[in-house]
Design a protein around this ligand. Sequence first.
Ligand code: ADP
Length: 276
Amino acid sequence: MRIRGLRKRYGDVDAVDGVDLDIPRGEVFALLGPNGAGKSTTVEILEGHRRRTGGEVAVLGADPGRPTRRWRARIGIVSQTSEERPQLTVRETVRHYAGYYPAPRDPDEVIKAVGLTEKAGARLSRLSGGQRRRVDVALGIVGDPELLFLDEPTTGFDPDARRQFWKLIESLAGDGTTILLTTHYLDEAEALADRVGVIARGRLVEVGTPRELGGRATAKAHVSWTGPEGPQTLETHSPTQVVAELSQKFDGEVPELTVTRPTLEDTYLTMIGAAR
Ligand code: ADP
């Protein structure tokens, strides 16, 4: 996927304000940003569901501004709102969608892959929120897409459902599917993405691996402990040495010792704060 100078204006709002990005095949890329940052607009343009105001875009080698049926069949979309018929069962729904694609996956295998085999005969109206979202994913992958868009896939999930969902996404990624997901959950981006792009006010503020984002890997560590004079904290590039010295000083265990580096959340808040 290749994006150059992408713009989208709504009236006098620059929802997307000059985004450049390349996403290679097989990558899991997370677009992270606060509400209103431009994530959904960007993704909808890439999906061929929204017209852009400017810029050049190629998705699977084609311009999503002129989508063809064949091109659509190669991508999968899990959007925030879907309108399936609640009286149909999981199996009926997945089979129905499979019929839209030239070379679909086996519906029962897809149902298994999303962990809904036991619910295959249940009507959609009878499913929990998390199970309903799994149906959305099943419909997104039943066409056997090369590229999958996931827009805020786990919003409203409980922690257990999120972990299970992450496993599902990991297994899809393991099969070589390129995945572009949007999220405002940092832990989700960190758990799933090869690279993360932080978007704020329609601009990509930074792109990097979760580890290196915002200079995290090289940021100073905080070493804290409690000495005779009370709680102490030292910022350092060589925490191992500091701990070794402390260990000698205390002749063994250092009271209440912790070594921390900025979390992705610290880094992210600094980045979106700076973009305001
Ligand atoms: P995100 O997905 O990051 O929450 P969006 O892409 O939905 O952000 O929105 C980006 C900006 O564009 C926001 O300021 C939003 O209010 C505005 N916007 C989005 N869709 C429309 C629309 N259809 N008409 C007018 N403004 C819109």
